[in-house]
Design a protein. Structure first.
Length: 491
């Protein structure tokens, strides 16, 4: 068998060489024109896999960048409103101090109270600010108006929080999240519950038990009936003196609880005399008095019928009063248990106040202050209402003393605004630092990607020159093969 290579084989081999040389040169030309070394996974499977990992990392960086941009907008708006709230607090405090200096009359205090109401409205507007359609201070309830201004059935105005306690958190880097907002419950209240204070002349005291009511409240102690003897005895007349209750007793009496005493003293004629309640002033009476009002030193009142009193009677007559208590303006009432030291009364918002009823002596309103639970709004409302109080000097003095205590509550509550303002600045600084780190990492990833996917122009140019020479050589050899004939082999 001959080992001679046929012309056909030589031609096919020559064409294959030309094709390879052209293919190599074409690939180099593509790299030179696109600047990319890897255009499809088959160009470099290992390099393509690394590029996919880098691209996924850059996509994460892009999402983090969008998140940071969104959070930064919200934090900037939050800082702006917190600064406005801080300025309003300073203005409000100045008005309160001015109102408590003791030199203003009722008209001057009323003007300051109206100004506080204006500031209160501006604070409410800031607290309900939206950014990009979301409420800044609603916690995770960003679609709900955070604060609503209402007047409860107890007659007390309140600004109630409708958001929740949670902050929104947004991922800003691998394994790192940042708070995007501050709930209003944190911003506008900073104190811790301490004692509960009752302000009244009724004898009611804070009871034993854990209260859940917050801010200011009001208990209404109402009289239902007066009796001779112990509460609930329902005795219509005193068996010793013949003294009876007047026709207005059921509706106008204010005595509550046991231990009340009527001191009846006859005059020389024996058909009239004087009567006093609990050591109060002596009130003259006659045999025809059917509805005489007798007032005690604490302001408690009882109406008496003297038409059946035994002539010449002298002595002490015990009386007592039954009644009810309400913390929601009378919508719901409970009979007072005058032996209870921890009677529970539920307010209009469901909060519970514990009442010690053992010392109650008369009907009336009891202003309740749950110290340490006031937020900025409830403090301002209570101070505003205290500045509007008019009456005798003792009443006004008590109201101003109450306002001074509430000023401390306001100062404590505004600490939440100052703390949140500082926290928002810290968040903004961290976001700025995170953005800088992400940008540096993105540059690093881009550099790595370039080294894997991009071409070295000088290297490609040298290689392409070599490939062009190979291609030209292949063409030359192929052309020489095409010139062969039988004469070339007859030598």
């Amino acid at each position: 068998m001959s080992d001679r290579v046929s012309n056909d084989t030589q031609f096919r081999s020559s064409l294959a060489g030309i094709s390879r040389a052209w293919s190599d040169m074409y690939r180099s030309q593509l790299e030179l024109s696109t600047g990319r070394r890897i255009r499809k996974p088959s160009d470099d499977p290992t390099g393509a896999s690394r590029l996919m990992g880098i691209d996924r990392a850059k996509e994460r960086l892009s999402r983090y960048g969008l998140n940071i941009s969104s959070v930064s907008i919200g934090i900037e708006a939050t800082s702006r409103e917190l600064q406005a709230l801080s300025d309003l607090y300073g203005e409000a405090r100045q008005r309160v101090v001015q109102g408590l200096n003791g030199t203003l009359d009722a008209g001057g205090r009323r003007v300051l109270a109206d100004d506080l109401d204006r500031i209160l409205g501006q604070m409410l507007t800031s607290a309900n600010t939206q950014e990009s359609g979301q409420y800044l201070f609603g916690g995770s309830e960003t679609g709900t108006v955070p604060y609503v201004r209402t007047t409860g059935t107890d007659g007390i105005e309140r600004i109630s929080y409708r958001g929740d306690e949670r902050s929104m958190e947004v991922p800003v880097a691998d394994g790192v999240s940042e708070v995007a907002n501050f709930p209003g419950s944190r911003v506008f209240r900073a104190g811790q519950r301490t004692t509960t204070t009752f302000l009244s002349r009724t004898g009611a005291l804070p009871g034993v038990g854990t209260n859940s009511a917050t801010g200011a409240g009001r208990l209404i102690l109402s009289h239902t009936q007066t009796t001779f003897g112990a509460p609930g005895s329902r005795i219509p007349a005193d068996p010793l003196s013949g003294l009876r209750l007047g026709v207005s007793s059921a509706t106008l009496d204010t005595v509550l609880g046991a231990g009340h005493t009527l001191d009846v003293a006859p005059d020389p004629s024996g058909i009239g005399g004087t009567v006093s309640l609990n050591g109060g002033p002596d009130i003259p009476f006659g045999p025809t008095d059917a509805n005489l009002a007798v007032e005690g030193p604490d302001g408690s009142i009882v109406h008496l019928d003297f038409r059946s009193v035994l002539p010449g009677f002298s002595g002490l007559v015990p009386i007592s009063g039954d009644g009810t208590v309400s913390a929601d303006g009378g919508r719901t009432v409970r009979a007072i248990d005058f032996t209870a030291t921890g009677m529970q009364v539920r307010g209009p918002d469901g909060g519970i106040t514990h009442l010690d009823a053992t010392g109650i002596r008369r009907a009336g309103a009891v202003d309740v202050r749950h110290n340490g639970t006031f937020d900025v709004f409830s403090s301002l409302i209570a101070i505003r209402d205290a500045l509007r109080v008019e009456g005798d000097p003792a009443t006004v003095t008590a109201a101003m003393d109450h306002a001074r205590v509430l000023l401390g509550e306001l100062d404590t509550a505004q600490e939440g605004i100052q703390r949140s303002l500082a926290d928002s600045g810290s968040v903004a600084s961290r976001l700025e630092a995170t953005t800088s780190r992400l940008e540096d990492f993105d540059i690093l990833l881009s550099d790595r990607r370039s080294k894997i996917a991009d071409v070295d122009l000088s290297d490609v140019l040298v290689r392409m020159k070599e490939q062009e020479a190979v291609y030209q050589s292949a063409l030359y050899v192929s052309s020489r093969l095409g010139q062969l004939s039988l004469l070339n082999f007859l030598a």
